[in-house]
Design a protein around this ligand. Structure first.
Ligand SMILES: [Zn+2]
Length: 364
């Protein structure tokens, strides 16, 4: 099977993040299955999705890890000229959902890995295929935990997001956060008898925005990162039941995207401190009141590590002296790097085509 045939098969599985990816995972496992290839699956809580980790060759340190995600973004409401889940070829381009982001890379890996003689390898090659990347890198932490617990550490990781085969050395992180506020209900004729969760949510949001302004004074030294600062977005607020009830609950869903140079843990600690300050204030009025912030998804930034082994490997394979670049989009790369594996992002296709109707990948 060549890469285009494999890609056609991968595209035919509708692995929109809201759906199961198990059929695709099973097909990939069968595709690789042979003596010398060890397949490990790690599941989500509902067991409707799985990460696949394949190790080809000896169980030894110094291997190379190829990383892709199996899920794709929805096609709802997009104007496609052909069936997004049936690969079609027009003018030297392959069209289909996920061809650039990032089943094209996975297809290229599978074409090569099927032909590798596992017994000849001095070091292992890993294929790491995750679920729910498009929801904020939710799936891959389980794969990485399993990898660290059961496999020798790899010497380099290549995350095949679409960079037009340039070497992505850095990008921002993405942290998805949820803050829940608990007050006390009361009749609105006497608000002082209760505690408005919405009122304190508004204060919390204001403090986050002030903090965002403070952080925006620190600009990244990396070009290509737009905007060049850490950003915050308050995406959703839900709270209250009726005009005449003091609201007891409010939920804020928000995110921040740190530049590689800032310490994202310090940001989380500062946010915790802002919450603690408000909690004290709330509990002085109503002892049961509370404010809790949890991390829904954490994808740390990819930090530029000059002359790392992954960069050296990709340069050698590609025969290029081209400078590495900073990427405008996030990926799982920061998670592999945090796990101690030198990591770069490099894959076919352009991010300009990702998530759009008529997503395409040039055959060459
Ligand atoms: Zn992607």
């Amino acid at each position: 099977m060549d890469a285009v045939t494999i890609l056609a098969k991968l595209v035919s599985f509708d692995t929109t993040s809201s759906r199961s990816n198990l059929a695709l995972v099973e097909w990939v496992a069968n595709c690789l299955d042979r003596h010398g290839c060890c397949i490990r699956l790690t599941y989500d809580d509902a067991r409707t999705k799985a990460n696949l980790l394949a190790m080809l060759g000896p169980s030894r340190e110094g291997g190379i890890l190829l990383s892709g995600h199996s899920d794709v973004v929805p096609v709802n409401g997009q104007a496609w000229l052909s069936d997004p889940f049936a690969l079609s070829e027009r003018n030297g381009r392959l069209y289909g959902r996920g061809v650039a982001d990032m089943k094209g890379f996975v297809a290229c890996c599978l074409e090569q890995l099927r032909n590798v003689a596992c017994g000849d390898l001095e070091h292992p090659i890993y294929l790491a295929l995750s679920y729910d990347e498009e929801l904020g890198c939710i799936g891959v932490p389980r794969l990485i935990a399993d990898l660290l617990a059961n496999c020798p550490i790899a010497a380099a990781a290549i995350v095949g997001e679409p960079t037009q085969m340039r070497i992505g050395q850095a990008h921002k992180g993405t942290f998805v956060m949820r803050t829940r506020l608990f007050g006390r209900e009361a009749h609105s004729s006497d608000p002082s008898a209760g505690l408005s969760a919405i009122e304190f949510a508004a204060r919390f949001v204001q403090r986050l925005c002030d903090y965002a302004s403070e952080l925006s004074l620190t600009k990244t030294a990396l070009s290509c990162l737009e905007p060049a600062v850490t950003t915050f977005n308050i995406g959703q607020i839900e709270g209250g039941t009726a005009l005449n009830i003091v609201p007891a609950r409010c939920i804020i869903t928000w995110e921040f995207r740190p530049i590689p140079e800032v310490d994202h843990q310090a940001i989380q600690e500062r946010v915790d401190a802002l919450g603690a300050e408000l909690r004290r204030c709330m509990q002085q009025r109503v002892p049961e009141a509370d404010i809790q912030t949890e991390i829904i998804a954490a994808a740390p930034p990819l930090r530029w590590q000059p002359a790392n082994t992954a960069e050296a490997l990709v340069r050698e394979l590609a025969g290029t002296d081209a400078e590495g670049i900073a990427l405008s989009f996030g990926s799982e790369a920061g998670l592999f790097q945090t796990a101690g594996i030198p990591t770069v992002v490099c894959g076919p296709g352009s991010i300009d085509q990702a998530h759009k109707p008529n997503e395409w990948l040039a055959i060459d």
